[in-house]
Design a protein around this ligand. Sequence first.
Ligand SMILES: [Mn+2]
Length: 305
Amino acid sequence: MIIQSGVATFFGRPQRPLDSLGDAKCALVGIPWDEGNAGRNGANYGPRVMRDVSSWFLSYDPQRDFDLWDHLPGVDVGDIDVVPPNAEATVNAISERIATIVRQGGLPISIGGNHAVAIGCSRGVAPSLGSMGYLSVDAHLDTAPDWAGEKFSSGCPTYRATEIPNVDPKNVCVFGVHGWLNPRSQVDAARELGVGWYGMDRIEEMGVDQAIAEAIDRCTNGVSGLYVTFDMDSIDACSFPGTGTPEPGGLTSREAIRVARALGRARPVGFDAVEIAPIYDLSGISARLACAVVMAFLSGWCEGQ
Ligand SMILES: [Mn+2]
């Protein structure tokens, strides 16, 4: 057993150019973008802290006698170039780079970055599919059409998803909504768009396993592929303080891992983990949980084969 040395990469995986995946099946990519925020800044340092923290992670799961990277060869393809003064150029760059991964048969796992990166990631995946579902795990609806005129803000990814030509809003859903940063206008927008959402009270009443199964059914009904975005602020603030808008009353760490595994089993064609802001993560527990969520998702993805 060798603990990683040398240049830090996601989970100690080999580095590979984004356009030459070779035999790799999973491309871990950083997106250090954090402009256009409604909340506190800092998620642009998410990829760096995730490379640091994930180097402690082994790939063997003793509960399943399973080695993740044996089943799903993964590589670190570096960070996508972002253009801080220009959100649209950045979203377009993200979309183009994610599409390049998908064209090679790779599963893109994007590490943000604020939630706006999901706009580019989902746009990059969609053209490879006949029709696409979109499931967002998030404390926030993110159904704002724009934020003070900016269409690529972190408050807009759900709305932008409904505009993708081969996405039917009935296959779009937000899971984990709670807290006091969901304005009435966004609830109205969700209803008008036909976007479904699960509040934390409803998830607690149903039980998290049944609730996520139902949400997955809704997003995958009749589609040829699913995109999943996982905003870490869906997780309770005590387990995940390292995020721009921490919310009390969210998913427990165990629930987040169960949800991630269930989502993986649904075999999405792309995944992102966003809103990891190390400057608020004094003990480092948030980044560790984000790594555990990514690993549970990927392990579930292998189980779903
Ligand atoms: Mn959020």
